[in-house]
Every structure is written in C-alpha cells, then in structure tokens.
Design a protein around this ligand. Structure first.
Ligand code: FMN
Length: 85
C-alpha cells in the first residue's frame, strides 16, 4: 500500500473496525477539517492522525472545530490557551 493513497488507508481502517472491532486511525496529507470529519462520520475510522499539519498549525484542532461550526470551539483547548484565542 502506498502511504500516499489515503483512500486505501480509509478503506483498510473500515475493514479492521468492522472485522476486529478496534479503534483505527489514518494519516498522510490530511489537512482539511471537512476531509477528516467526513471520514469519521462515514465510520471509516475513529480518529485522524496529523503530523506535519500540526507542525504548521498547532491550533489545527481548534481551527478545525471553528471551521466545522462547533459551538464553543475553544472548549477543546486547555483553559489557559482558550483565554488567548
Ligand atoms: C514530527 C513528527 C513526529 C512523528 N512521530 C511519530 C511517532 O512517534 N509515531 C508514529 O507512528 N508516527 C509518527 N509520525 C508520523 C505521522 O504520524 C504521520 O504518519 C506522517 O507524518 C504522515 O502524516 P502527515 O502527512 O499528516 O505528516 C511523526 C511525524 C512527524 C512530522
């Protein structure tokens, strides 16, 4: 499997979740909140793993929550960080 084929990772995650009933995750060039949310909502995986995107934007989960319309997105931050956004 090529690591660049995120679609095949999602499909593999979905098979493992279905057949073994354990939590799964995928990574590789995941950058868009909607992309991550769709994969989770479609029950393909339980969480996404971000590497380089988190280095580019350490507030990615907060920014993603805002972009996805989560009310009180700052609640996902430690209180001290929430006071700064
Ligand atoms: C700084 C950094 C540290 C990483 N540490 C780990 C690690 O400890 N274990 C692991 O399985 N993958 C690790 N990875 C790989 C990432 O989980 C991920 O698979 C890879 O970076 C591809 O995803 P990306 O396109 O979001 O960067 C790391 C990646 C980066 C950039």
């Amino acid at each position: 499997m090529s690591h660049c084929e995120i679609g095949s990772q999602y499909r593999r995650c979905a098979c493992i979740r279905r057949d073994v009933d354990i939590a799964t995750t995928a990574s590789w060039l995941i950058s868009e909140p909607k992309q991550a949310e769709t994969a989770i909502q479609n029950s393909q995986l339980d969480m996404v793993t971000l590497g380089r995107e988190m280095l580019r934007d350490p507030y990615w989960p907060y920014h993603a929550a805002e972009e996805l319309g989560v009310s009180l997105a700052s609640d996902i931050l430690p209180i001290q960080y929430a006071l700064a956004v």
